[in-house]
Design a protein around this ligand. Structure first.
Ligand code: AMP
Ligand code: TRP
Length: 329
């Protein structure tokens, strides 16, 4: 029986965080054997905001090392760089002619990101970001897209574009579905639990990075913002404690009620101390393995190149089909 396909990706910018791990990477590893997987390093998405070329090159290898270090196995997963498979940008152009200005204008990520630097100076690439993302997935006829909660709206647009294309030009693309984990899908900032933890924050105390040293992880968790009240209870009015409990639960698989019961009569300090250890236990082996892999950049490049070759074999006939249907092939 043919396995269904999975596609997902992470931008090689900033420092990959425990949010990327819990919202995305950990789930990719968990399902990899059941599917035929395409895990992409989406460098063309990263350049929709300014990047230093030297740093970007380094970050691409870093993400590749982390993909492998969390346990993605090249035998089950095609791991590659988006920019090495030109079909992505070519299909994005075709889909640009199917997507509507109005629907792209309503994307909250574009509104948020473009507001930061002034909407007038945001790049056209940033506006077009969700169309390239749709091309990424549709090119492989992927059924499932494992992502964090912040990608819901992009996934909806992707489904709309697939349906509209199929309706206009005949059945071409699989209409993909989001796969969002029940816990850990939206990890919030340690310094401000009302905003999503972001790997491009300039404030290191905002996030735990996958490559942070164990002592830095412990310290960051210890110093994480707390809310008033001392009870260890997941109360929607107390986003800080909710976030710590979410991380705890997503990290070690215990349910939130179980954790609440364990910490009855205990305080924030106890929870933070143990959470620091739980995160270190989960991330330290990944960090060590990733650092080892980074010692051999040529081998990482080889894995990425061979991934791109495998990806192209699947992407190329799908692109040709889409072009034929539109009358440009
Ligand atoms: P990005 O960091 O924007 O490249 O996101 C890569 C993947 O990580 C996507 O699937 C996101 O939904 C997921 N992700 C990013 N930040 C978080 C977060 N704070 N909590 C949970 N998932 C996240
Ligand atoms: N937009 C995603 C994010 O920032 C990254 C991404 C690009 C992606 N292309 C994708 C995720 C295709 C899933 C599938 O999180």
């Amino acid at each position: 029986m043919q396995k269904q396909r999975v596609f997902s990706g992470i931008q090689p910018s900033g420092n990959l965080t425990v949010g990327n791990y819990l919202g995305a990477l950990k789930n990719w590893v968990a399902i990899q054997k059941e599917y035929e997987n395409y895990f992409c390093i989406v460098d063309l998405h990263a350049i929709t905001v300014p990047q230093d070329p030297k740093v970007l090159r380094q970050k691409i290898r870093e993400v590749a090392a982390i993909y492998l270090a969390v346990g993605l196995d090249p035998e089950h997963c095609v791991i590659f760089r988006q920019s090495k498979v030109a079909e992505h940008t070519e299909l994005a152009w075709l889909l640009n002619c199917v997507a509507r200005f109005g629907e792209l204008s309503r994307m909250t990520q574009f509104k948020d990101k473009s507001q930061k630097g002034g909407a007038d100076s945001a790049s056209a690439g940033l506006f077009d970001y969700p169309v390239l993302m749709a091309a990424d997935v549709l090119l492989y006829n992927a059924h499932l897209v494992p992502v964090g909660d912040d990608q819901r709206q992009h996934l909806e647009l992707m489904r709309t574009l697939a349906r509209r294309f199929n309706h206009t030009f005949g059945d071409t693309f699989v209409v993909p579905e989001a796969m969002i984990p029940p816990t850990g899908a939206r990890i919030m900032g340690l310094d401000d639990p009302t905003v999503k933890m972001s790997k491009s924050s300039p404030v290191p105390a905002h996030y735990v990075a996958i490559l942070d040293e164990p002592d830095a992880v412990r310290k960051k968790i210890r110093r994480a913002k707390t809310d008033s009240g001392s009870e260890i209870k997941a109360d929607p009015e107390r986003p800080a404690i909710r976030n710590l409990l979410d991380m705890y639960s997503a990290m070690n698989g215990k349910s939130i009620p179980e954790i609440e019961a364990e910490y009855e009569g205990k305080g924030y300090g106890d929870l933070k101390k143990d959470l620091g250890e739980v995160i270190v236990e989960g991330l330290a082996p990944i960090r060590e393995h990733a650092l080892e892999l980074l010692d051999d950049p040529a081998e990482l490049d080889r894995i990425l190149d061979s991934g791109a070759e495998r990806a192209r074999k699947v992407a190329s006939p799908v692109l040709r089909d889409a072009k034929t249907r539109m009358g440009v092939e």
